[in-house]
Design a protein around this ligand. Sequence first.
Ligand code: FAD
Ligand code: MLT
Ligand code: ZN
Length: 475
Amino acid sequence: MSATAEPALLDRLESILGVGGLLTAATDMAPFLTDQRGLYHGNAIAVALPDTAARVAAVLAVCNAERVAVIPQGGNTGYCGGATPDESGGQLLVSLKRLNRIRAVDALNYSLTAEAGCILTDVQRAAEEANRFFPLSLGSQGTCQIGGNLATNAGGVHVLRYGMMRDLVLGLEVALADGRLLGTLTTLRKDNTGYDIKSLFLGAEGTLGIITAASMKLFPRMVGAATAFVAVPDPHAAVQLLARLREASGECVSSFELMPRLAVELTVRHIPAVRDPLDAAHAWYVLCELTSARAADDLDTTLIECLEQARGTGLVVDAAIARNASERASMWKLRESIPEAQRRDGASLKHDVSIPVAAIAQFIERAGAWVRANVPDGRLVAYGHVGDGNLHFNLNQAPGADRATFLARGEAVKRAIHDLVVREFDGSFSAEHGIGRLKVGELERYAQPVELELMRAIKRVFDPHGILNPGKVLR
Ligand code: FAD
Ligand code: MLT
Ligand code: ZN
């Protein structure tokens, strides 16, 4: 876009977006121009704040005609820099935050329709008010938006039972690059009518269209929960315990999160009011939860009996069972504060990997040995959604280590970990956080050539002029 075109473009955008719909002052735009980890800092022509799907579509029509790149942004909690514009100052950031109405909750149909800018906790609350349950749950849920969750195909702590965001979607409304609005906001459970176009936007990170609304599945509201913080001798025991709990409780295991001792120490040290639920220190822990929609289910008894049996066979070393809602919340606070505690502790190198559940222990052994031998100034904090085979295989700078020296190891560590994950464990180098800007090179390295070819062909169909989130996912 030429410099002279800019004022005219801003006038057109302003007339589409109405009063308060376009930010151009540097101070107003600043919060939108950096990712939450502080890895990327961009610039923008302006920040658009459309409050209707029609306005999103109209903005895209203008940008497509003028060949202006558009960067969609939800709650800006993503880990891969996908929502940050580049440094050129020639891109338009489109924030969905004002497109935030719950359009419908249909208790009988077990469905909910929400606009993209709804905060995840608002969607959960709307379901609860209808005596229903929306299962997506992440540490960032008070800030991330449903549009961002859809665009990243978010995971979180209930995937084991309910699947990822993709599994919760019934229909989508999407503004396409050329300004057309694709309206497939169906709440049907069955609809085999040709290619499933909507699924392409899930996990596409804003590179194929801007999601403006979604209809999603609801479930019966959970009325009972049994939660335990369990010390286990090693990750192998954790995986075996999960298998036993699933056998013992049927479909009731909703979360199963693994963490090492260091994760507990970091949260206790850095996050106010977090305490270790157990008296003695142990090498590994699992936070597990059974939930049920049946008031009569005695989940505590099921959980305690299973843990006692597991203790008898050496799979469990010790356990604390939450006796009330506040103890349960405090166990979850510990788990959900791990990323923030890591941040406060110093520099970290993060790897969001997945491997088959049964191979987790072997992977941690192999990758852990590599880290101990090659990263003397790093400490391993490998934790995560072990029930999904998803580990946040993170390293933190050791106390007293030099930050820059530690961070300079990032490329070598990433290569070793990702090669091991993909080439020896048939795993994924991005389990739930996506590609964004951060992992474009990794996708090129590990995807099959035919996959990349098809992805590029799909991109050309949806976005022939390359205006949608350029440089993200694909170069
Ligand atoms: P953003 O960060 O704003 O955007 C993410 C990507 O989606 C960008 O590429 C953006 O361009 C695109 N996008 C946003 N909105 C739209 C839209 N309406 N249409 C098209 N594209 C769009 N993630 C997990 O999966 N599991 C976790 O357990 C988890 N825990 C987290 C804990 C913490 C403390 C933090 C900070 C983050 C965590 N995340 C987790 C990562 C992050 O919260 C998720 O990726 C989330 O889905 C991003 O949503 P967002 O609204 O913040 O999106
Ligand atoms: C989590 O599960 O806590 C996040 O996905 C990982 C992170 O925030 O680093
Ligand atoms: Zn996670």
